[in-house]
Design a protein around this ligand. Structure first.
Ligand SMILES: [Mn+2]
Length: 276
């Protein structure tokens, strides 16, 4: 694989090449990175040739530059490569910590990226966030100065875990969609005891925040696990503490475990409403 990118590649250039490598299953030894000016980019590309983060073109196949896109969405070459492979931003952001940080850093600098992505509230968070941003914007290019192979290896490793989760997420959300039984604003998933993917499932399927609570099977001693969808969903399981069939109730009232039939579990959620 041969990739053309701009001179002195930054984190976006390196990460977009890493994304291409992962998606095309190409190892570091099989990649040649050509640093070029706009004028030096060939007009036509061979079978296994790509242009990232330079070139002012985006065709979703071979050309992945974002500098010509006038958008508040703040695309990056990396996000264009990943989007072309079917990883839209909404699906990537929650599972790849580096994704939004990198994208906004590339467009607006690390200061705004940290503010938007990390919601810094205390010095410890700021320290962690700074470390992360610094490693994004400088470590990858610094590594690159020493060795393109090393920089790409770091980038691929970094990206892999996140994308693996995103990949699992697609089929998981489909599973949840298939098993979801809606009882007005209480949604039940009678065939699973695993909350994996529930957050994104609700984000996609309940954009208006109609759902107050979910019920899945319990993975331990009780029959059902009840969970409110947000702190202000109007449900407080603290209200049903001590009732017949009610086992564990979390101190903050967001989670409860109950015994009995599904109908009884639904009834218990109804009794947990803070506004009747
Ligand atoms: Mn870029």
């Amino acid at each position: 694989m041969k990739v053309y990118t701009h001179l002195r590649p930054d984190a976006d250039a390196i990460l977009s090449i890493a994304a291409l490598m992962l998606l095309k299953n190409v190892g570091v030894k099989e990649v040649t990175v050509n640093e070029v000016t706009e004028e030096e980019i060939p007009e036509t590309l061979g079978d296994d040739e790509y242009v990232v983060d330079v070139g002012l073109k985006w065709d979703g196949e071979k050309w992945f530059d974002h500098h010509q896109i006038d958008s508040f969405e703040m695309e990056s070459a990396t996000s264009l490569v990943l989007a072309a492979a079917g990883f839209p931003r909404d699906e990537i952001s929650p599972y790849c910590a580096w994704y939004d940080l990198q994208r906004i850093t590339d467009n607006n600098g690390p200061r705004l990226a940290l503010k938007l992505c990390c919601g810094i509230e205390n010095p410890t968070q700021e320290m962690v966030a700074n470390f992360f941003a610094t490693s994004l914007i400088s470590t990858l290019p610094m590594l690159y100065e020493k060795s393109v192979v090393l920089a790409l290896e770091v980038a691929v490793t970094w990206m892999k875990t996140g994308l693996e989760n995103v990949m699992k997420m697609g089929s998981r959300i489909q599973e949840l969609e298939e098993m979801c039984v809606k009882h007005d604003d209480i949604w039940v998933f009678p065939e699973t005891d695993n909350p994996f993917g529930m957050g994104l499932f609700l984000k996609k399927n309940d954009p208006e925040h109609v759902v107050k609570a979910t019920i899945i099977k319990d993975n331990r001693a009780n029959d059902w696990c009840l969970c409110r969808t947000s702190d202000d969903s109007g449900v407080d399981f603290g209200l049903i503490r001590g009732l017949k069939g009610v086992g564990f109730v979390h101190a903050t009232g967001f989670l409860a475990k109950v015994d009995g039939t599904l109908e009884e579990a639904i009834d218990i959620v109804k009794q947990s409403r803070t506004t009747q």
